[in-house]
Ligand binder design. Structure first.
Ligand code: GLU
Length: 284
């Protein structure tokens, strides 16, 4: 059994991260496995090594320990490129030349824009471009990202499911979030592609993360199928809220772990801020 905690060093850690890290390491402990640390820093403009150092220090101060080597995504672009090629070869991606502004304009003009749990979907402008037109634009150096052809996945691939320890067996819907970006124009990969490749290559058997990523797992399950990767078991946990069940608004709870330390909080006082969350009985 192997799980991971996978923060992005694009800012300081918050209580939500701490809760996720706690649940992942508890699960590893309960199942006699390992929990490793993965640094999700594909977006080099937003991430920094000083945030990485800070987060390691914060986790350490809170008594969280990880096993095995630390995997840093910014060192693994060739792995993502290889996976992207497989998706392209199997025609599950297409190049998209739209700017953000163009997409917004197009969605504004659409009567019934396709939408899902996270808002409006990409309207599909570049989905059916003529292959010759695509090649011409790419050869002319037009900027483009690569999107997932969700309808093709839905029509060709078998119906898939994934198992979630909290939510049970879930029927995956590749169209739930529409044609998401698999490879961004600036970095050649995306959160979705990198996480699926790394979870497989690191032999992660259990993925622990917040409910805000549950919808993404529908896509991940289909990417795993196309890439011939086995699917891990998931545990999507509730997002950390105030003790009264509302969004984190109370001053202390909304502060980063670093701010709490700087204000003189001790680790056990910080852990107590999570005491109202489910499965927090084993908090240090
Ligand atoms: N890097 C993601 C985050 O910080 C977590 C991704 C995951 O656990 O799959 O929200």
């Amino acid at each position: 059994m192997r799980t991971r905690f996978a923060p992005s060093p694009s800012g300081h850690l918050h209580l939500g991260h701490l809760y996720s890290a706690h649940l992942a390491s508890e699960l590893a402990r309960d199942l006699g496995g390992e929990c490793s640390l993965r640094i999700e820093d594909i977006d080099q403009n937003r991430c920094s090594s000083s945030y990485e150092e800070d987060l390691k220090e914060d986790l350490n101060a809170l008594g969280l320990q990880f096993q095995g080597p630390i995997l840093r995504q910014s060192e693994r672009y060739p792995h993502y490129e290889q996976a992207l090629k497989k998706l392209q070869t199997a025609s599950f991606t297409y190049p998209c030349f739209c700017s953000r502004k163009e997409i917004q304009e197009e969605l504004k003009n659409l009567q019934n824009a396709p939408h899902g749990p996270e808002g409006k979907h990409y309207p599909g402008t570049c989905r059916d471009l003529d292959p010759k037109e695509r090649t011409k634009r790419i050869q002319a150096g037009a900027e483009h990202c690569w999107r997932f052809h969700s309808e093709r996945a839905a029509s060709i691939l078998p119906k898939l499911t994934f198992t979630d320890i909290h939510h049970g067996l879930i029927a995956a819907d590749p169209t739930l979030l529409g044609d998401l970006i698999i490879a961004r124009k600036d970095i050649g990969t995306s959160y979705h592609l990198a996480v699926v490749v790394d979870d497989f290559e690191q032999q992660i058997t259990h993925v622990v993360r917040g409910d805000d990523l549950l919808a993404s797992t529908h896509l991940h399950r289909y990417l795993q199928e196309i890439l011939k990767f086995s699917a891990p078991i998931y545990l999507h946990h509730p997002l950390v809220c105030d003790p009264d069940g509302k969004r984190l608004a109370k001053r202390d709870q909304a502060r980063s772990l670093r701010e709490l330390f700087e204000a003189g909080w001790q680790p056990d006082q910080i852990w107590k801020l999570l005491a109202h969350m489910p499965h927090s009985e084993k908090l240090r």
